[in-house]
Design a protein around this ligand. Sequence first.
Ligand SMILES: Nc1ncnc2c1ncn2[C@@H]1O[C@H](COP(=O)(O)OP(=O)(O)OP(=O)(O)O)[C@@H](O)[C@H]1O
Ligand SMILES: [Mg+2]
Length: 230
Amino acid sequence: MNIAIEVKNVGKTFILHNQQSAKIPVLGGINLSVNYGECVVLDGHSGSGKSTLLRSLFANYQPDEGEIIIHHQGMQTELISASPRAIIELRRTTIGWVSQFLRVIPRVSAIDIVMQPLLEIGADMQVARDKAANLLTQLNVPERLWSLAPSTFSGGEQQRVNIARGFIVDYPILLLDEPTASLDSKNAEVVINLINQAKARGAAIIGIFHDTQTRDQVATRLFSMQKSAH
Ligand SMILES: Nc1ncnc2c1ncn2[C@@H]1O[C@H](COP(=O)(O)OP(=O)(O)OP(=O)(O)O)[C@@H](O)[C@H]1O
Ligand SMILES: [Mg+2]
């Protein structure tokens, strides 16, 4: 099998400097390998560190122990020690991220928000626009909203814009933090299909899904946080 991500002995303790330097050990001794073509779902109770691990895989959080090795196109990058420049490049070309919430940029239209990651890897404007329109249509975002900034959209509409943006580039690695959390079942179904299509084209996917029904439809394997957390 073709390895995508190796997490070796990763640990993370938060220190709250404004609260008597209280220490919160969240991750300890995490070991996980994910291959291309797999969808691994992080499993564990609320507060077990699922989002912390996922954010660490996007270099949003920096673990204080261990290694995270990203394998792509014959190259290996260790994420915890990677330079900001290397991280930006990995996020542009290799690792996609869909969180539960859209970071709304004032005055930028929904379709421009969706197109942006594809334009950043050099796609033609019309190709990017067509792909964005296709995803927004699949996700049932009404066309009258496409040219509007999503700040006034409903939570579910914002999330669908966010998902379209996350899936517009065929990222080799996709990180999904509860992408279906505020969607109705019809739209959740669309997202499940997008995830399974990404898996079929060989993407390595790591996700968090509270809903067991959704989880069972996408997961090739579960990874239990309990085993390894302190
Ligand atoms: N930036 C941070 N600063 C301090 N503590 C944090 C930070 N982020 C997370 N934590 C702590 O780490 C622990 C794990 O949080 P995390 O968000 O990873 O859990 P989770 O498994 O994703 O939970 P949920 O299922 O509720 O989303 C929590 O106790 C949380 O308070
Ligand atoms: Mg979480």
